[in-house]
Structure formats: structure tokens, C-alpha cells
Design a protein around this ligand. Sequence first.
Ligand SMILES: Nc1ncnc2c1ncn2[C@@H]1O[C@H](COP(=O)(O)OP(=O)(O)O)[C@@H](O)[C@H]1O
Ligand SMILES: [Mg+2]
Length: 684
Amino acid sequence: MIPRGDSRLKEERVLEYDRLASAPPAYLKDSQETFVPRPATGGTVRSKSAARGARSRAVAAAGGAGKRAKTNGKEKAAAADKAAGASGKRRDRGQMGLFDLASPAASEARPMPAAPAAPKAAPARARAAGRKETAGRKETAGRKETAGRKETAGPVAQQAAPAKASRQRGTAEQMASRQREISVSEFFTKNRHLLGFDNPAKALLTAIKEAVDNSLDACEEAGIPPDLEVTISEIEEERFRIAITDNGPGIVKNQIPRIFGKLLYGSKFHTLKQSRGQQGIGISAAGMYSQLTTGKPVRIISRTGKGKPAHLYEIRIDTARNDPVILEEAVTEWPHEHGTRVEMELSATYKKGRRSVDDYIAQTALANPHADIRYTDPKGESIHHKRITTELPREPVAIKPHPYGVELGMLIKMLHESRSRNLRGALQADFSRVSAKVADEIASLAGLRPEARPKGLKPDEVEKLYKAIPKVKIMSPPASCLSPIGQTLIEEGLRKNIPGCEFYASVTRSPAVYRGNPFQIEAGIAYGGSLPAEELIDLWRFANRVPLQYQQSACAITRSAITSAWKNYGLQQSRGALPAAPMVLFVHMASAWVPFTSESKEAIASYPEIVKEIRLALMECGRRLGAWVRRRRREEDAEKKRSYIEKYIPHIGIALREILGFNAREEARVVSTLKETLQRKRTI
Ligand SMILES: Nc1ncnc2c1ncn2[C@@H]1O[C@H](COP(=O)(O)OP(=O)(O)O)[C@@H](O)[C@H]1O
Ligand SMILES: [Mg+2]
């Protein structure tokens, strides 16, 4: 990546804008003169200094070459930044402060002018004008142009001035001076809600979730049954320290800084198989939030094996560059043979109940029956979720993309980068489930030769190919990239986590496909017992074994649950709502690529194929629940009847004895006959 302050890049950009900005001189001068950066109070400043600024620009343009020689890249960058700061966002003072905290480099690069004045913008424009000559124009031509501008601009500017007094317009050059690359860390610092750090309670959960996700992913990938320790300690009000320790494979020393100090850096983005992490944004974003709210670095200890040293690092992120800054680096004592410990401090709130960290940990244990999790909350109370099974989940295998899921741009890129010499080979090698026959069929439908060179295909030819793909029947992608929890373990987990229910059921559907991505839906039900009968059911959503706590209403799982007809299964349900019943409903989606609605990974997008599969899974569980509910109702009715019989038959016996003059033996015989008859009727 090109560093932000690369003066070469800036120069090229400015040149490019200069080339494009071929407006008449009068216009140029006019607009330069009338543009004055907005002061903090708002409104336009039209002053002599503005005119002076324009004049100095003109002079600078004329003698640009000489000046340029004296100006080094750093100064240019600073000038451009000043110009940007002067005319840019004055209201961002608070946020800029956060940037300052995050990165001294950023604060240097972005001064906050209190009272911006016109001349501040001038050096950038002078620079821009001066560079025109570097583009190959003759110095004299530059002078002529400037001179021309000077002559003609005056009256025009004066005429235009009153009309423009109330509004400010920037020129392409002024905008160019402010245009620059935005680092991904800067972007997410400002938009941290996208990553799930939008409120203090959620921030605590998200930070823990990111670390736990990574620990579980790493342990599974290394074939180690995960032993996790999650501790939250309260340092002061609304300030916590979290520590997550795993027994995973550890992280190679050199990689530690980048993993924790660089956003969009990870090992899972480019492979197509089920995993909790995807974007390489999780743990570094948590570290960034920690740094932003407490100023403290993330502390990591990691060891990759017995006999190897345990490395300790303290890392912060330079948000302006999206690069790690190592504050401490040492070899340390650590009791674990292998694994990683991540520790960070953050501003947050801890609460109990729904969507709490406690809930999240319990649900994580449920969806990961092979994991052993010890959790200590801020009050010092510990819970040990023991593993249900020592068997690790099936190891997902990375697959190639399926042709049905590929987009045009992607197809162009893949064909361009293909190592195969012909189209047939490229389709076969780079996609899953494409045989030579299928490849030929696609090519012939697109009117292309299977022997054509993939790199030589023109965009319109690739488009034809793209349009031909859905017309050919291609086998579904392999489900080996998936690792579902399994029907038995779901039910066992539900029994362990929600004990005392009267009915449990679970189902694992066969794999299905959306947009060429394989996925699998699992569902489970725990019903009755001490669960509240009159309230709406509790919906527990999971994606790749990760509990989803927020954005319930935006999720395909909720939508599917709401649109299922629970009345058919003997439950009460209002229109557009979840059913009201003493029930916990568990739904899990396992996929090589879960289509989350945002980077914070809280809700699954409602692809019709996904909604359909979830509904089918719910229907299957629902049918079993319905059968059980109906049987139970029958039994309850029978029980009621039996109690009536027991209550009233002796009285009938007594009445008969009195009316018909039966003796005790006859009375007993009638009572037993009546009981037998009614019992028989009941059981038919
Ligand atoms: N506890 C850990 N043990 C081993 N590797 C880890 C651990 N935490 C993170 N990593 C590595 O760091 C990478 C980046 O993590 P992260 O930023 O959470 O992104 P993602 O999980 O989406 O890939 C992971 O892909 C993984 O390779
Ligand atoms: Mg992750």
C-alpha cells in the first residue's frame, strides 16, 4: 500500500487535476478569489487578504519552477493538509481529539486551525499551479496564462462578487488539495458502530466475542480441543479489563504486531470454508476501540509450543497508517505450553440478562459442545462450562467458488488471473463442480470456443459466459467446507443448558446453496418446564457457532420464525410476531460465507434460499413439537376425566345403593364396572 504522505502520489494527483482543469483563466481567477475558507462561526469572509492571496498565487504560478525547487515533499504535504484543515471539518474537534490519542502522527498531519484565513489555502494552489510546468508546459506559456488571467479576471470577479457573497464554492483544485487516501483504521474509528462498538454494553460483548471467536477458530484449525478462560475485571466505574486465554497453536512472533495492530489482516478472508472470523478485522478493531477509549495498548502473550519462548507484546494501532506500533516486546514466563492470551482495557458497561456477556458465554458453550470455557464476571463469580464431547467438529475443507455464485467482475478477474491455457481448463480448475463436459456446455452456450485463451477474452465475451452459466445444470457445491453441530449434540446441549423442560427436539438439514455458497441449517427446541408460558419465545440465533445477540429483527432467522405458522403446532401466535409459548428456539446457520447484514456480524441477510431452509428446519421441529403438544393435551384431558371418575363414581355407587337398595357387595361391583367401562372408553 502506498503510504498516506507519499508526495509522489500527491503530485501525480495534482497533475492529473491540473490537466483536467482547463477552465478559462477568468473563471479560474474568479473562483479563486471568491473562495475563502469558512471561519469557525460560519459565513463568508471576503477580504483584502483573499485578493492578496489570489495575487500571490498568480505570482507563484509565474515563478512556480523556482519556488518548487525550494519546497520539499514534506512541506507540500503539510501545506495541503493545512488547506484541507482550514476549509474542512471544523465540527470534528472531538473526533480529531480521538485521532490524536490514537496516533501522534495523525495529529501532526491534521492541525485544527482556530481561525482559518485565506492565505492558508494559497500554498497548495500555488503548488498546483506551479506543477503545470512540470507537466511539460513551457514556462513562458505558464506566465502568459497567468498574465491573461490577471488582465481579464478583474472585472469579471468584481461583477460576480455580489451574487456570490452568500455562498462559497470550491474549485476542483481546492478539492484536489483535500483529496487523499483514507486509512481503513481511520474509517472504522469514525464508524465503529459498523463493527459493533456503538454502545458501551455492546462494546464489552463485541470485544470478548472477537477474542473468543479467534481462540475457537485457532484451536479447531490446529485440532486442539479448546480450553478457554474469559475474565472481566472492573478497574473503575465503566472501565473494564478483559483477558481471554486459549490453548491454541499460538501466533508466530513476527505476526503478532500485524494481527493486533492492523485492520483487514487475517488468514480467513481468502479461503472458502466455515470459520467464525472472515474479514480480518475483529481483534484489531477491538484493540482500536480499547485504545480509543482508554489510551492503553493491547497486551498479548503467545507461545507456539513446548520449549519455545512465550512472547509478550504491547501494541497500539497507528490509525492514520493502519499499522502497528510496538510499545513493548519481551520474552516472558507463562505457564501454558502453547496458546495465546489477549488482554485489553476498555470503556464499557456490564449488565446481566438478555444480550449480556453471561448469556453470550452460555450460548457459545451450547453451540461449541467440544469447548471448555471458564468465565469470571466482574463480580468475581466464576462459571465453568464443561465440554460435552471431546470429539472435535469435522474439519471444514476449503472449496473453490461455485459458478452460480460468481459475479461478472469476479469472473473477469478470475479468467484474467487463471493459470490455465484454455477456457475449458480455467473453468474446470478455478471453480468447483465444473467437469470438462460442463465447461464445454457453458462455452458453447456463450458462443465461445472451449480452447480460447482465458486471458484473451474480451469483456463482452466474458459477459456472454456469465450469462450462460445459470442456463447450465451444475451440481451443488461440496458441503465438505461446512461443519454443523449435529442433531444429537444440539439436543444434548439444550438439555444441559435449559434443564427441566418437558420436550426437546433438534434437526440438522442437508446442505443447501445460496449464491453458489453452501450452507446448512440446524434448529432445536426446548419447551415447557419453568420457561415463562405467556411470553414470546426466546430466539437463540447462531452463525458458524457464534451466538448473534443484536439486531434480531433484521435477521433472516427471525423473519423465518415469524413467518412460520406455529398455530399449526399448537402454539399461540399473533400476526407478524414470534409465537408466545414456554419455549427456547435455537437456529444455527453454518456456511462457508455467512451473508451478514453488516461488518459487526449481528444479523443474517434474508436470501430466499436461506429463509426457506430455516423455515423447513423450523417446520420439522414444529411438527414434532405439535405432535407432542397434542399428545400431551390428550393426556391432560384423560387425566381430568380420570379424576372426575374417581371423584364421582363412588357417589353414584352410594346413590344406587340408596335408590335401588343395593348391598355393599353389589355397590362395589357396579362401581368397578362403571370405572372399567369409562377407562376403556378413555383409552380407545
Ligand atoms: N488466539 C489466536 N490464536 C491464533 N491465531 C490467531 C488468534 N487470534 C487471531 N489469530 C490470527 O489473526 C488473524 C486475524 O484475526 P482477526 O482480526 O480477528 O480476523 P479474522 O478472525 O476475521 O481472520 C486470524 O485470521 C488468525 O489467523
Ligand atoms: Mg476474528
